[in-house]
Design a protein around this ligand. Structure first.
Ligand code: NAP
Length: 288
């Protein structure tokens, strides 16, 4: 059976939502796309770029008659958006999201679903440090993973539909318990962003002599800190919503940094070689 969404509502037509709309349009899997957002400038850009057929700042109106709603706004805003649109959802509508944190979103959004409508949590593991409709592109999800986070309450047919949608977008789909997702992504995504922001913050604010230290940065510093150019509002929300798991990850990282500092302080040649060798083996293991 061919997969077809009649009316897809994208709330937050930025990198993640805009890219999903683009790829589904290219695949001929959607009849019409309505873009919903706060600023008219971004929505008008989405319309001009052919990402949406219509745009509106009125979420209640926008979701009317939609059979699929995809929410891709900063994570702390997702439950509030679902609470706002819930009264206007058509029976059978599937609401899904692309938020980078899952446990709190899934818990709150499932509870907000009106009878006959279904929520499925999702997180595409794809992105760049750029934001807004103009940053979106159809191949963003090709060959990437998308994690769905069903619970005991998740409607199986809705889960299957969202699974098909992401496969059509080119992603490899897997499922995971929401809390498990949050612990893993605290370590491999949220902590690296915190480390990158902290490093640039530390070096930038330490330049009290006005030596313009950052102007001397080359490949290593720039590679390591690319993600510190990501949207501050998005990362503020992720840090707050995944607080517990992220604090545990930061504590683990602080422990490693303290141990490294100790070995440097003690001139511990063997200890430093050992520390770097273990880290290099882990890193080489990911690449191969
Ligand atoms: P983005 O490019 O900044 O897009 C977010 C869009 O949401 C913007 O166009 C913004 O438009 C709109 N928006 C913000 N707050 C809103 C609100 N309260 N109500 C309605 N619209 C709102 O961000 P993104 O990178 O696509 O990220 C969106 C979601 O995907 C986030 O939950 C993020 O955690 C998740 N995610 C991001 C990445 C990544 O690497 N970027 C990867 C995976 C998942 P206005 O400013 O006009 O409101």
């Amino acid at each position: 059976m061919t997969f077809m969404i009649n009316r897809l509502a994208i709330i937050g037509v930025g990198l993640i939502g805009g890219s999903l709309a683009r790829v589904l349009r290219e695949a001929g899997a959607v009849r019409s796309v309505v873009g919903i957002g706060r600023s008219l400038a971004n929505l008008e850009e989405a319309l001009a770029l052919g990402i949406c057929d219509e745009i509106t700042q009125d979420a209640l109106k926008g979701v009317e008659g939609a059979d699929m709603v995809f929410i891709s706004v900063p994570v702390c805003a997702i439950p509030a958006v679902v609470a706002e649109i819930a009264p206007a959802l058509a029976p059978g509508c599937i609401v899904t999201d692309g938020g980078s944190v899952k446990a709190a979103i899934v818990r709150e959004c499932e509870a907000l679903m009106p009878a006959g409508c279904h929520f499925v949590g999702g997180h595409p593991i794809a992105g760049t440090e750029h934001s807004g409709a103009a940053a979106s592109f159809a191949s963003l999800y090709r060959g990437k993973r998308c994690i769905l986070t069903p619970t005991d309450q998740t409607d199986r047919a809705a889960l299957e539909t969202v699974d098909r949608l992401w496969r059509l977008a080119g992603a490899a789909v897997c499922a995971m318990e929401p809390g498990h997702h949050d612990r893993i992504f605290a370590e491999i995504s949220h902590l690296p962003h915190m480390a990158a922001y902290a490093l640039v913050h530390a070096v930038g604010t330490a330049d009290v002599e006005g030596e313009n230290v950052l102007s001397y940065t080359a490949g290593g510093f720039r590679d390591f800190t690319r993600i510190a150019s990501s949207d501050p509002a998005m990362w503020r929300d992720i840090a707050l919503m995944n607080r517990e798991a992220l604090l545990a990850s930061i504590d683990g990282f602080s422990g490693s940094l303290a141990e490294l500092r100790r070995r440097i302080d003690h001139g511990d040649q063997a200890g430093l070689t050992d520390f770097f060798t273990i880290a290099k083996q882990f890193r080489d293991g990911i690449i191969s």
